[in-house]
Design a protein around this ligand. Structure first.
Ligand code: OGA
Ligand code: MN
Length: 212
């Protein structure tokens, strides 16, 4: 974890001050480079329409989102490397910010040309154990004319754009899940990201929460 400590500290500081962080991973980070290899070996059949098969009924509507997703799993060595990197980030943030983060789950998302994800919150106060959202971008040479930006909105004024993020390879956005509305603007070419969530453990009496 030594080489990523500076980045993790920067993310902790950003979250402490702003509740949102936009940073770039080291472009030679093995966990990042491995994702490119993994993505190259995933086929269309490995992706399915987002919102199906999980308890996210409110998100099923294709008027709201049009991405296709593939959940990462430790059974795949390449996916496991990234999951382990994010475990290191979890441990770091817990030490620094006492967040009590318990688990991390994430999926690749493929936005075909024209696909979008309308403005939404990843969590609703008191209704979820999602604490921190992360989005990592995997698109080399993304041009501003390619669209597909992430728009982050002001927690205190959901109509005010705080920041527009270009989905460039290695950019990692981290933010408080129940605070920041955000939106994926229509992309003009295939756009790849990994969206993930750190959760707290709200299991009671041997019943494991969260549901996957
Ligand atoms: C999400 C999401 C943003 C992105 O999957 O919840 O907001 O830029 N993704 O891919
Ligand atoms: Mn989201």
């Amino acid at each position: 974890m030594a080489t990523s400590t500076n980045l993790f500290e920067q993310i902790a500081l950003d979250l402490q001050v702003h509740g949102v962080s936009i940073q770039s991973l080291d472009l030679n980070e093995p966990a990042l480079l491995t994702l490119t290899e993994r993505l190259a070996h995933l086929s269309q059949q490995d992706f399915y329409k987002a919102g199906i098969g999980r308890q996210e009924e409110h998100m099923k509507n294709s008027q709201i989102r049009r991405d296709k997703i593939h959940w990462l799993d430790t059974n795949n060595a390449q996916e496991a490397l990234f999951l382990s990197y994010m475990q290191d980030l979890k441990i770091y943030l817990n030490r620094r910010l006492f967040l009590g983060l318990f688990s991390y789950e994430c999926h690749f998302a493929h936005y075909e040309p024209g696909a979008f994800y309308k403005k939404h919150l990843d969590a609703f106060k008191g209704e979820t154990n999602r604490i921190l959202s992360t989005v990592l971008y995997l698109n080399p040479d993304w041009q501003s004319s390619d669209g597909g930006e992430l728009a982050l909105y002001d927690p205190n004024d959901h109509s005010k754009v705080l920041q527009i993020v270009t989905p460039n390879f290695g950019t990692l956005v981290t933010f408080l899940s129940d605070e920041f509305p955000h939106e994926v603007l229509p992309a003009k070419k295939a756009r790849y990201s990994i969206a993930g969530w750190f959760r707290v453990n709200t299991s009671v009496g041997g019943h494991i929460d969260p549901p996957q």
